[in-house]
Design a protein around this ligand. Structure first.
Ligand code: IPE
Ligand code: IPE
Ligand code: MG
Length: 249
């Protein structure tokens, strides 16, 4: 029984948690192993994050799995990551389904090998009626590119006379992002000690609480996740207002 979990207030949960799962390579290197050994050992940490969210009923979990910039890594590492994705989807699809989770994928999927795309589509399709929670995988994802595509699409609509430039507001802009059906991110967690965003959900984290952990991703546990939620709940989210205004709400 987790004591940390007991400290969580079920009435003040984040709706959307996003995680930058970083530090696999360093975890492996510190053990004298190849970087890919770290990626293999990351799967259990992914399971921990998904299970922790599921246990306390957080409706949206987005996992940064592979960035648009990660294509620039050595081909061998990219291949291993792609194979690992396929393997994991084959092994875990039933588990995701039986937990009642719906899987979504965001990113430029056209760049993915067909086998990876097929597996992703299969699990998205398999779980599309599930309603107990949403698991969003950001794969071949880059936030600047997502924003640029939104700008291009909106410009087209203006050019074709479908909308006026004056109609462009936050809501319309968001409707052109991959995340259009998801709530904004309430809590962003990054492991590995790096304090940067690395082109992840730039628009969507406008008012997120940010937590940077010194733990490397393969060491991530459910209790670490629960502690992040407790820390999140100890923050006062003011959204530009004063502390006094928030207290009388
Ligand atoms: C995160 O771990 C996994 C991916 C980016 C795919 P890294 O592979 O970036 O590990 P470090 O940051 O080099 O330790
Ligand atoms: C961010 O980690 C991407 C993922 C976790 C998938 P990186 O390791 O690629 O980020 P940088 O290069 O250190 O900023
Ligand atoms: Mg890294």
């Amino acid at each position: 029984m987790s004591l940390i979990k007991d400290k969580i207030d079920p009435d003040n949960l984040p709706k959307h948690v996003a995680v930058i799962m970083d530090g696999n390579g360093r975890w492996a290197k510190s053990r004298g192993e190849e970087r890919t050994f770290g990626h293999r050992n990351a799967i259990n940490a992914v399971r921990n994050a998904i299970n922790a969210c599921n246990e306390i009923h957080i409706p949206y979990l987005t996992l940064y799995t592979f960035s648009s910039e990660n294509w620039n890594r050595p081909a061998e590492e990219v291949n291993t990551l792609m194979n690992l994705l396929v393997e994991t989807l084959l092994l875990e699809a039933e588990e995701i389904f039986s937990k009642g989770l719906r899987m979504h994928v965001i990113g430029n999927l056209d760049k993915l090998p067909p086998l990876v795309k097929d597996q992703l589509n299969r699990v998205v399709e398999l779980t599309k009626e599930n309603t107990k929670g949403n698991l969003v995988l950001a794969i071949s994802y880059g936030s600047q590119n997502e924003i640029l595509n939104a700008v291009k699409n909106i410009s087209e609509e203006v050019k074709e006379g479908k909308i006026n430039a004056d109609d462009i507001d936050e809501k319309l802009f968001e409707s052109h992002l991959y995340t259009k059906d998801f709530p904004p991110v309430d809590l962003l967690i990054r492991t590995s000690g790096e304090i940067r965003i690395s082109n992840f959900l730039l628009w969507q984290i406008a008012y997120a609480e940010l937590q940077f952990l010194d733990v490397l991703w393969p060491d991530f546990t459910k209790d670490i996740f629960f502690q992040c939620i407790v820390d999140y709940q100890n923050k006062e989210r003011r959204f530009g207002k004063t502390g006094e205004q928030i207290k009388i709400q």
